[in-house]
Design a protein around this ligand. Structure first.
Ligand code: KIV
Ligand code: ZN
Length: 507
């Protein structure tokens, strides 16, 4: 049987409680609508006892879910206290699928030092709280219970497991296992999750809720799915207390890559991430998996080569997914540094509308590498500048200045420098390219024309977009080169291409 993960978002509660400026009712509504677009199955909308603003926000989202006829579970958090539980219920009871989420710490450290209660009293309070919550939700809603700091309950695991059995009997149908502070190996937590999943009745949903203190929350959550957990408690962009909660996007993509079926709209991930960062006012760090600006960047020559050779495949040599899966436009972004190779030059120039071949790219690479050793990463426009200096409008033995067309006479007057000396030559020919080729012979630098192509520089090249690009293949003495010229004047672009080619051949 397919067991689809149940994505339960905790951004509006666990992440919100850690924001510098927690969201108000209107702001929560905006995030909630995005969560519906993303396609999560449950949303913990808040902690109603925390403030009147949070109560009203929860009430508002429960009403909105009803108005939209949404199937999403709308949950509110409550301590194991009747006042909290009643408040939580009052806040979400109008939702089509309301839930009360009760929590109480059961780790040795918390019971002794924070709650300062005996374990038996803690168990009793949890069971009574869940029974009370169940009496409120009736058949309409359900109850989730979390033994806070479950990840710390390595030493008193048997006590927690026995308590959870009693809590299930009292009416909880989802048992959430928080790794409230990540301290140990993911597998220690995952093994505990597996034991709980094996011990509780099969109709009970096992949920995981990991914090990311050591950066392993995603690993623990993903592995827990395979150990029997179905509900994944995660936050957008991994927001939350301290280093955050589990990042929803990483879990969803990892499970997807493992062939797990799910109902999330993965294509909404990237947009959601960008919006969340803006709404929460928490930047996405550059190296963040999947959503960071750098996640698609390749700078070393070997990686660029692999990325380029696999760019049309779903699975790239150096990327975990085809980024269109999460709605991200860029897949492999190649930029140039002193570590980069000819592939980057080839890709960057082609991307910017200059169809060079790999040999030409290889010729330019050492030049760019040397520049990059002083300047660091070179922007596309810097690379284009160097490229144009070297290959377009090239200065060499012959420096082209102007061409005048004499009307009605099929005559062309060229002004140029050759080997430092100024020249003016008049050539009769059918057209300007033929005239330039005749001139090359006259100068003692004969070249043969192989092909000629004219296009317009693409919009990708911000500086030169819309200008004429001439590409002329010329040969001499068994060598073939490509001359290129760019100008807003087609005739000048042609001449620059011819003279550029001549200089390449006779450098
Ligand atoms: O991290 C945690 O333990 C929690 C609980 C309230 C579920 O957020
Ligand atoms: Zn938490």
């Amino acid at each position: 049987m397919v067991r689809k993960p149940f994505f339960y978002d905790i951004t509006l509660r666990d992440a919100n409680q850690a924001l510098v400026n927690p969201w108000n009712k209107e702001q929560k509504e905006v995030v909630f609508k995005q969560l519906l677009k993303l396609g999560v199955q449950g949303v913990e909308v808040g902690f109603p006892i925390a403030s009147e603003m949070d109560f009203e926000s929860c009430e508002n989202l429960a009403a909105l879910a009803a108005q939209l006829g949404s199937n999403v579970v709308i949950s509110a958090l409550a301590r194991a206290k009747t006042t909290d539980i009643q408040k939580a219920w009052d806040a979400v009871k109008e939702a089509p699928k309301p839930r009360i989420h009760v929590f109480l710490a059961m780790s040795p450290l918390s019971m002794e030092h924070v709650l300062q209660m005996e374990p038996a009293a803690v168990r009793k309070q949890a069971v009574e709280a869940v029974a009370f919550a169940k009496s409120l939700v009736g058949e309409k809603g359900d109850v989730e219970f979390s033994p806070e700091h479950f990840g710390d309950s390595v030493e008193n695991f048997d006590f927690v497991l026995e308590s959870l059995k009693q809590i299930v009997e009292a009416g909880a149908t989802t048992i959430n296992l928080p790794n409230t502070v990540e301290r140990y190996r993911p597998m220690i937590y995952v093994d505990m999750v597996r034991k709980v999943a094996d011990a509780l009745p099969k109709n009970i949903t096992i949920s995981v809720h990991c914090h990311n203190d050591l950066g392993m929350a995603t690993a623990a959550t993903v592995e827990s799915y395979f150990a029997g957990a179905t509900q994944m408690e995660c936050a957008l962009n991994g927001l939350g207390e301290r280093s955050g909660n589990t990042n929803m996007f990483e879990v969803a993509v990892a499970l997807h890559n493992c062939g797990v079926e799910m109902d999330m709209n993965l294509g909404e991930i990237y947009e959601t991430a960008i919006l969340t960062s803006k709404w929460a006012n928490v930047p996405i760090y550059a190296k963040a998996p999947l959503i960071g600006i750098e996640a698609v960047a390749h700078r070393s020559g070997i990686h660029q080569d692999g990325a380029s050779k696999t760019k049309n495949l779903k699975k790239g040599a150096y990327r975990p997914i085809d980024y269109s899966l999460i709605g991200r436009q860029e897949n492999d972004v190649l930029s140039f540094t002193s570590q980069s190779g000819k592939t980057a030059v080839y890709e960057i120039l082609n991307h910017n509308g200059y169809p060079v071949d790999l040999d030409e790219a290889a010729e330019l690479q050492p030049v760019l590498k040397e520049i990059s050793e002083h300047e660091g990463e070179l922007s596309d426009s810097r690379i284009l500048e160097v490229f144009k200096e070297k290959y377009c409008n090239l200065n060499g033995r012959v420096i082209f200045h102007t061409i005048d067309v004499i009307p009605g006479e099929n005559r062309f007057v060229f002004k140029f420098h050759k080997d430092g000396v100024a020249h003016e030559e008049s050539i009769s020919a059918e057209g300007p390219i033929e005239a330039a080729l005749l001139l090359s012979r006259k100068m003692g630098l004969p070249v043969e024309l192989n092909s000629y192509r004219q296009s317009v520089v693409s919009n990708a090249d911000k500086l030169w977009a819309g200008r004429a690009l001439s590409e002329i293949s010329l040969s001499a003495n068994g060598k073939t080169v490509m001359g290129r010229g760019v100008s807003s004047d087609t005739l000048v672009a042609n001449m620059r291409a011819v003279f550029g080619g001549i200089n390449k051949l006779y450098r």
